[in-house]
Each structure stands twice: as structure tokens, then as C-alpha cells.
Design a protein around this ligand. Structure first.
Ligand code: ALA
Length: 437
């Protein structure tokens, strides 16, 4: 007998959605992308992407999940039986991304522990064999939360951890902005370079970042939507989740750059800023242990609450497609994730797996995290927006909402969003082939 589908509480759903959206992408990737892509001017393409593309696609995913009450494969099959195969793609991409996202999550846990015991350099750390133990620990934590289910596992975790994350964020931003030279950091972060607005690559970069950060296009939100109560207000939830995600990304920059400038480090260090520069900052600043612990715990919380949402995509699919119990589905997926993630966890150790001279983890991030995600998101968007009748989509989105989403949103998800996603995909391929990215 099939179990009754669990349902979120109102606030539980919004916090779980924010938990999924707010991740390493906000706190680590967003600030440095803004810094290197035109500062304050970057916010214009970014906000356009969030409002015009991210939010409509998020509504579509939530509505489809709630209407068909199934995982991504089941929902696509319910819309049109030929679409079921396409549903396998988001499931697969979540597994591949999660396999190395869990490794990075384990680094945040390690740096939280180092903040208490003394930091070691990033390069030295990732070469240690014990990275495997950390990776397995994080896999078990994420697996257990998902195994406990929607209400007792995911909802409860997000209900406790998201308020804690907001609190840490506020304490850290207040501290960072009070440091000497903080404003120089803010100026570096936000001084607008208007010429960036003429650069199509920056627009596409902003679109890619917005999709990744909001967790849209991966089937994650569709899966979360399948646990929505019939009386939930979808436009309101979408607004709350997008606003929180964007604000938290912005605030992260107000923490990172003042810290880096106050202690005269190089703000253009790029992706390694967080793990290589910030520990040195925390070592130097007064009460650095407390602030360092808070920062890495915040990063860890943001990563775990995103990881559980990615794992839920596969678990829900196994439950719906094969009538497995949640426990069995979670165990199977956990085994797959450990197998798929091990080469990434070992990338920098003596057993280092390298592909074409690059560490395995970087290769995974390049292929699955950057290149293929826009393509999969485009396919998901096309499947939902073209095969599900426009009137029915709007009816589902607008049920229970005082604010009625206008019909023009249907054109956005039918034409504009897929075209933009395909352009982002082609730009990614082009820059890899010609070595510009
Ligand atoms: N949305 C998640 C992040 O920003 C995946 O990291």
C-alpha cells in the first residue's frame, strides 16, 4: 500500500524552499562573481534574471508538483507519457552535482572544526586521507535527514537551522561592516561598471548564477511542490523564497569583502577566497575564533539544507516509481552518492583522480555544475510549459492567491526562459571549447 503523501506546514515549506535555494552558491559564488563582473552593475542583469526568469520557472515547478503530486519523473509522465524519460535527466543531474556538492559541504564542516582547533592550509587539508571520513560523515548526516522524511526530517531541520543561519548572518555583517576599511570592501564589491551591461557574457553569467542560486530548473522545487498543501499560496511563497535568496546572497558580499579589505588580502582571489583567504582573516582578527566558527557553520548549514533538497529529488523518484519505502530509497541513493562522490573526495589526495589534467571534482563541476545544468533546465521548462495547458498552469499557480499572475508569464516560460537557458548552455560550450572560461 502506498503511504499517504506527506504535506509541509505553511512556514515549513517556505523555510525548506529557502534552505534549498540558499547554499554555497550564495555565500561563496555570488560575491566573487559580482566582484569580477562589473560590481554593482552586475546586480541589474541578476535581478532581471531572478524576476523575469527564475520566479516564473519556480512557480511553474511548484504548481506542477502540487497538481500532479509526484516526483519529477512521475509528474512528467502524468503530463504526457512520452516525457517520463526526460524526467530521468534532472534526477541524474542532481545525483552528479550532489556527489561533489557533498564533498564541498564536508570541507565547510572541516573548516568549522579547524576554526576551533586551528586552521591548516587548504592545499594541505584536501590532500589528507581523512577527507574521506569527513565526506562519509556528511553523506550520513544528509542521508539521515532525508530518511526521516518530509516533516520530521527536512522540515524540522530547516525550521531550526534557517533562523540560526539568519542570526549568524546578521552578527557577521554587523561585525564586518564595523571593521576599518570596510567601506573600501563595499566599494570594490558594488562600484558599478556600467560597461558590464553591454557585455552579453555578463548577462548570461548572471542568468546562470540566478538559476543555480534559486535551485530552479533541477526538479528540486517540483519535488518540494509535490508536498504542498492544496490551499498554499504559490506566488507568495515564490516571492518570499526569491527575496530571501537574493538578500542573503547580497549580504554575504557585505561580509566577505569588508573582511578581506580590512586585513589587506587580495579580493580577486576567485573561487578559493573562502577557504584560502578567510581563515587567514579569522586568524588575524580579534575574536576571530568566534567569527570564524560562525562563518563556517553558516556555510555548512546552507550547504546541508541545499544538499537534502537535491537528495530528495532522487529519493522521491525511487519511492514513486518503484513503490520503495523512504528508508530503502534513501539507502540506495546514499550508496550511489558515496560511490559517485568518492573520486571527487579523493581528487586532491595521493590517490588523486584527474581527468585531462584537472582534479576530478573540478571536472564534475565544469561538466555537471556549469555546462549541462542550463540544458537540463531548458528541457524541464519546455516539457512543463509546452505540454501542460496554459490555462491549467495559471489556474494552479493562482489558486488561493490574491495576487493573480498574468498570462504573460506563460509566454516567459514557453519562449524566453528556454531560449535564455539554451544561450547560457551554448556560451558555456563555446567558452570551454575556445578556452575563454
Ligand atoms: N541553490 C543552491 C546553492 O546556491 C544549490 O548552492
Amino acid at each position: 500500500v502506498k503511504e499517504k503523501r506527506p504535506e509541509w506546514s505553511r512556514i515549513g515549506f517556505i523555510l525548506a524552499g529557502i534552505g534549498s535555494a540558499v547554499g554555497i552558491g550564495n555565500i561563496w559564488r555570488f560575491p566573487y562573481i559580482v566582484g569580477i563582473s562589473g560590481g554593482g552593475a552586475f546586480l541589474i542583469p541578476y535581478l532581471v534574471a531572478v524576476v523575469l526568469f527564475g520566479m516564473p520557472l519556480m512557480m511553474l515547478e511548484f504548481a506542477a508538483g502540487r497538481k500532479f503530486r509526484g516526483s519529477v519523473i512521475t509528474t512528467l509522465r502524468a503530463i504526457n507519457s512520452r516525457l517520463a524519460h526526460i524526467g530521468i535527466l534532472p534526477v541524474a543531474i542532481n545525483i552528479f552535482i550532489l556527489s561533489y556538492y557533498l564533498v564541498i559541504t564536508s570541507w565547510t564542516l572541516a573548516f568549522f572544526l579547524f576554526s576551533l582547533s586551528g586552521y591548516i592550509s587548504f592545499n594541505e587539508f584536501v590532500a589528507q586521507p581523512y577527507v574521506v571520513v569527513l565526506f562519509l560523515t556528511v553523506c550520513v548526516i544528509v542521508g539521515l535527514i532525508v530518511m526521516l522524511g518530509i516533516k520530521r526530517g527536512i522540515e524540522r531541520t530547516c525550521k531550526y537551522l534557517m533562523p540560526l543561519l539568519f542570526l549568524f548572518l546578521l552578527v557577521l555583517v554587523a561585525k564586518a561592516l564595523s571593521l576599518p576599511n570596510a567601506l573600501e570592501g563595499v566599494a570594490y564589491y558594488l562600484t558599478p561598471h556600467p560597461e558590464a551591461l553591454m557585455d552579453s557574457r555578463i548577462w548570461l553569467l548572471a542568468f546562470g548564477q540566478a538559476f543555480f542560486s534559486l535551485s530552479v530548473g533541477f526538479g528540486i522545487l517540483l519535488t518540494y511542490g509535490s508536498y504542498l498543501r492544496r490551499d498554499a499560496d504559490i506566488p507568495k511563497a515564490v516571492f518570499a523564497i526569491s527575496l530571501a535568496d537574493t538578500l542573503i546572497a547580497l549580504i554575504a558580499g557585505f561580509i566577505i569583502f569588508p573582511l578581506v579589505f580590512a586585513f589587506s588580502f587580495d579580493p580577486a582571489a576567485g573561487p578559493t577566497l573562502v577557504f584560502q583567504i578567510l581563515p587567514q582573516v579569522f586568524n588575524t582578527m580579534p575574536f576571530g575564533t568566534v567569527f570564524g566558527a560562525m562563518f563556517f557553520l553558516l556555510l555548512f548549514i546552507s550547504a546541508v539544507t541545499s544538499a537534502i533538497s537535491m537528495m530528495e529529488v532522487g529519493v522521491a523518484s525511487l519511492i514513486d516509481e518503484f513503490s520503495l519505502t523512504r528508508r530503502k530509497a534513501a539507502l540506495i541513493l546514499l550508496a550511489i552518492l558515496i560511490g559517485a562522490g568518492m573520486p571527487s573526495a579523493l581528487s586532491y589526495t595521493a590517490f588523486g583522480f584527474r581527468v585531462a589534467g584537472k582534479p576530478f571534482l573540478s571536472m564534475m563541476d565544469m561538466v555537471f555544475g556549469s555546462l549541462l545544468t542550463p540544458l537540463v533546465a531548458a528541457l524541464l521548462c519546455i516539457s512543463l510549459a509546452w505540454f501542460w495547458k496554459a490555462e491549467d498552469v495559471l489556474e494552479e499557480v493562482n489558486a488561493n492567491s490574491r495576487f493573480k499572475v498574468p498570462h504573460v508569464a506563460v509566454y516567459l516560460v514557453r519562449y524566453v526562459v528556454p531560449i535564455v537557458l539554451i544561450l547560457v548552455f551554448l556560451l558555456g560550450v563555446y567558452s570551454k571549447v575556445f578556452g575563454t572560461g
